[in-house]
Design a protein around this ligand. Structure first.
Ligand SMILES: [Zn+2]
Length: 272
C-alpha cells in the first residue's frame, strides 16, 4: 500500500509529459492523465466515483484518462484500480479552477422556463443524456487526439458559469463553435454513432461513441446524415449545423464526455 501510494504521488507530481492528448488538467471539468505502469497482457480497470474510466495503451504503458465532473470538489479523491495484481487505490488531487461568469438576457420566456406540460419530456431527455454519458463500450480503442468538428471561431468556452435573466443556471458543459446553418460537421476522430435524437433544449443531436467511455455529442443540428450504429472515420461528415432546440442563434454546441463526465473539449484539441 505504502509503495503504491509513493508511486502514485510521484506520478501525480509529474504531468504525463510524453502524452499528447488529452492534456493533463486535474481540475473540475478537466482530465487527469494517470500512468498505471507497463502495459502487460491484461488491461487494468479504473473507476472514479464508481464510474469506469478509459484505460488505454500508450507507448508501452497503461494510462487512465479520468473524467472530472465540473462539480468535483477541489480535494484529494480516490482512483480505484483493479488488475491481475489485485485492487489498489491511488490518490487523485483535484485542483480548484476559476471559470468566468456570463450574464445572459433572453426575452423569450419559453427558453428561460419551459412550460409545465413539457417537464416530463425534459426529465426523460435528461435521463437519456446521462445514459449516453455513462455508455462504456469495449469494441474500439479510442483515439483521443481530436480535430475541431466544425470550421468556425470558438465562441463560448467550456465551464463558463451562466446567469440567465439574473438566475444562476448550469455551467456551460460544452464548447460552442460559431457556424451558420448548414455548415458540415465532421467526426473529430473515428467512432460509431450511438444516438440520433431530437431534444427540447439541444434540438437535433448526434452522439458518437469513440470507445471505452470516450463520447462526443453535437447539438442544435439542422440535419443528421447518419443512423445509429453507423461507423464514422475521422473527418467524415455526419450532419450539418443549425439552430434547432432552444437557442437564440445558430452555432454548434460540442460536448466531450469521458468516463461519465462532461469535460473541456479543448484539452483534446491541438494547443493553439
Ligand atoms: Zn453551448
Amino acid at each position: 500500500m505504502t509503495h503504491w501510494l509513493f508511486t502514485a504521488l510521484l506520478l501525480l507530481a509529474t504531468p504525463a509529459a510524453s502524452w499528447a492528448m488529452p492534456r493533463h488538467s486535474p481540475v473540475p471539468g478537466g482530465v487527469a492523465v494517470v500512468e498505471l505502469g507497463t502495459a502487460g497482457d491484461a488491461r487494468p480497470e479504473a473507476s472514479f466515483n464508481d464510474l469506469p474510466q478509459p484505460v488505454i495503451r500508450h507507448r508501452g504503458k497503461w494510462v487512465a484518462l479520468v473524467g472530472l465532473p465540473l462539480d468535483a470538489s477541489a480535494e484529494t479523491h480516490t482512483l480505484r484500480i483493479s488488475s491481475a495484481a489485485g485492487e489498489r487505490s491511488l490518490p487523485l488531487t483535484v485542483r480548484d479552477k476559476h471559470y468566468p461568469t456570463q450574464n445572459l438576457r433572453i426575452t423569450d420566456d419559453r427558453m428561460v422556463t419551459p412550460p409545465p406540460e413539457l417537464e416530463a419530456r425534459i426529465a426523460a431527455e435528461q435521463q437519456r443524456i446521462s445514459e449516453w454519458k455513462r455508455h462504456y463500450s469495449t469494441g474500439r480503442e479510442p483515439d483521443t487526439r481530436f480535430d475541431l468538428p466544425a470550421a468556425g471561431r470558438r465562441s463560448a468556452r467550456f465551464g463558463v458559469k451562466r446567469v440567465l435573466n439574473g438566475e444562476p443556471r448550469s455551467p456551460h458543459g460544452g464548447l460552442d463553435v460559431a457556424v451558420g446553418v448548414g455548415a458540415p460537421l465532421r467526426a473529430p476522430a473515428a467512432g460509431t454513432v450511438l444516438a440520433v435524437a431530437d431534444l427540447y433544449f439541444a434540438g437535433k443531436t448526434v452522439v458518437i461513441d469513440h470507445g471505452r467511455g470516450v463520447l462526443t455529442l453535437y447539438a442544435h443540428l439542422s440535419r443528421a446524415d447518419v443512423a445509429e450504429g453507423q461507423s464514422l472515420a475521422r473527418g467524415e461528415v455526419f450532419g450539418a449545423s443549425g439552430v434547432s432546440g432552444r437557442i437564440t442563434g445558430p452555432h454548434l454546441h460540442w460536448v466531450v464526455m469521458l468516463g461519465g463526465a462532461s469535460v473541456d473539449p479543448e484539452l483534446f484539441l491541438p494547443a493553439r
